[in-house]
Design a protein around this ligand. Structure first.
Ligand SMILES: C[S@@+](CC[C@H](N)C(=O)[O-])C[C@H]1O[C@@H](n2cnc3c(N)ncnc32)[C@H](O)[C@@H]1O
Length: 239
């Protein structure tokens, strides 16, 4: 990890800014929480891929006390922020710095639920495909894979122009309406501007069809497309 890591630099601003910058950030967290298996009496064994600051994992731990997790992320700063979340206590949660382009660590056991929220789109194509296979292999029979990510679709050119215009206008309106000083958004722009061309943290968005094909190829018995808006998609696949 170098000091030029985009997500290391962004970590301290992430919880403040991500819900402002990403239109449906809270929507898909809240939606996904409604699909977490079990009930408040059943702890889950969870693997969180690209856990970031642990916002969603923290919500799952509040809803499913007694859960344990392995939380992986490329950014040590993100992991450190996640470890500060009130429900994410070590040793119930093990935080491990990992470049997912290298796949999952070995000997991590089996999981009831694997989360991959806005993380896989940072990986190279071969790494995406092989990680999805590793996710399948790491699930217990009947286990759940929540995949939330940006995926590309083809759009009519006029529809794309309208959708992109809307996205930028609404983002600008959310920034203007937010209580955060404009300097923090300037800081974000400056951090994003430093993201190196070859960085493993860059966006490498694949198609919806690719993701479905990789999950089918991995052997998932069901693949449900729960929600999508514009480039954001939420799938639940079960082993
Ligand atoms: C957009 S954030 C999403 C964080 C969290 N899952 C959420 O939904 O808020 C992407 C996360 O993926 C991590 N990440 C990016 N590239 C990665 C890689 N190659 N290996 C592991 N994690 C990576 C980043 O450090 C960051 O924490």
């Amino acid at each position: 990890m170098t000091s030029d890591s985009y997500f290391d630099s962004y970590a301290s601003l992430y919880d403040q800014l991500q819900p402002v910058l990403i239109e449906n950030y809270r929507t898909y967290h809240s939606l996904a929480l409604d699909f977490v298996p079990g009930d408040s009496g059943s702890g889950l064994r969870i693997l969180d891929l690209g856990c970031g600051t642990g916002t969603f994992l923290n919500s799952v731990f509040m809803a499913r006390p007694g859960s344990t997790a392995l939380a992986l992320d490329y950014s040590q700063e993100m992991l450190d922020r996640a470890a500060e979340k009130p429900s994410l206590r070590q040793p119930d949660v093990e935080f491990v710095q990992r470049d997912l382009n290298d796949g999952l660590p070995t000997d991590i056991g089996k999981f009831d639920l694997v989360l991959a929220f806005s993380a896989i789109h940072h990986l190279g194509t071969a790494a995406k495909k092989s990680l999805i296979q590793q996710v399948f292999d790491s699930l217990v029979p009947g286990g759940w894979f929540f995949l939330v990510d940006a995926m590309v679709d083809q759009f009519d050119d006029d529809v794309f122009a309208m959708g992109r215009g809307r996205e930028l206008r609404l983002r600008s309106e959310r920034i203007d309406a937010s209580s955060h000083p404009s300097e923090v958004f300037d800081k974000f722009d400056e951090i994003k501007g430093r993201l190196a061309e070859g960085s493993p943290e860059r966006d490498r968005i694949a198609s919806v069809q690719n993701h479905v094909g990789w999950m089918e190829g991995a052997g998932f018995t069901s693949i449900d497309h729960i929600w999508h808006h514009w480039f954001e998609h939420f799938f639940i696949a079960r082993r």
